[in-house]
Write a protein that binds this ligand. Structure first.
Ligand code: URA
Length: 249
């Protein structure tokens, strides 16, 4: 259920104030009856909403949160491996659903799936620098203050790639939380590789301000709440590129 003005304002070219004006003018009907309250709660999948007598084909986009287990690829189809789409329960599947972002096949954790291309673009556009945080375990004890300082300067990844300054929260000599601001191919694995360690476990635990729901088990998938979606959108407003603590090297 959603407010009528919000439903109308979700259509291209209609602002919230346009929607309120249309409703107040008596141009909008719900199930054939004129509705003058912008606050009226409507389920667009069950009720017929019309504007000036023309039935509007409203369709809600879908936004899902998935806790990806290892072994699934972040794409819509793959000849060799199961895809994350196979983890979406039948009742949540819609045409055009795709993962808004990538995790390696061996990585785990938070993945958002949607059929809303504009939303995905907002989350993924490099200029937005949406921070993503990973829980990382490595095969040798390299996690220390020196590594934190190195990550804070940005890491040369090879192949012409360089990460911007990244956050490192030390958990133990072989585990940490790492926050990065871009999505370079195998970025976190390459950052540690550069410092002599192989990543043995990589779990995305936060995108922007939205943490992975601890109640969502590996392989679990559910709709994002309205508040969670708003939170994600808020943190995808253009952010300043993080600056190196020490000018970079
Ligand atoms: N960095 C990686 O190396 N792999 C991921 O899956 C995500 C970030």
């Amino acid at each position: 259920m959603e407010r009528l003005d919000k439903i109308l304002a979700a259509q291209p070219g209609v602002s919230r104030s346009d929607a309120k004006r249309l409703i107040a003018s008596g141009a909008v009907t719900v199930d054939g009856k004129t509705e003058r309250s912008a606050k009226r709660q409507v389920d667009v999948e069950r009720s017929a909403v019309a504007v000036n007598g023309v039935l509007a084909a409203f369709r809600r986009n879908r936004y899902l949160l998935l806790n990806k287990p290892q072994g699934y690829v972040s794409s819509t189809d793959d000849p060799d491996s199961p895809t994350v789409l196979e983890l979406v329960p039948a009742e949540l599947r819609v045409r055009g659903l795709f993962p808004a972002g990538r995790l390696d096949k061996a990585s785990e954790g938070m993945l958002v799936l949607t059929d809303d291309g504009a939303f995905a673009h907002r989350m993924l556009a490099p200029k937005r620098h949406v921070p993503k945080t990973y829980y990382v375990e490595v095969d040798r004890p390299v996690v220390d203050e020196a590594l934190r300082a190195a990550f804070a300067k940005g890491v040369e990844l090879g192949g012409g790639d360089r990460s911007s300054p990244a956050g490192l929260r030390i958990l133990s000599p072989a585990s940490a939380e790492v926050t990065i601001h871009e999505g370079i191919y195998h970025q976190v694995r390459r950052m540690f590789r550069r410092h002599g360690a192989a990543v043995t476990r990589l779990v995305r635990i936060r995108i922007g301000a939205l943490p992975l729901d601890p109640a969502l088990p590996p392989g679990g998938c559910r709709e994002l709440t309205e508040e969670e979606r708003e939170l994600l959108l808020k943190t995808t407003e253009p952010q300043r590129k993080p600056e190196a603590e020490d000018g970079g090297d």
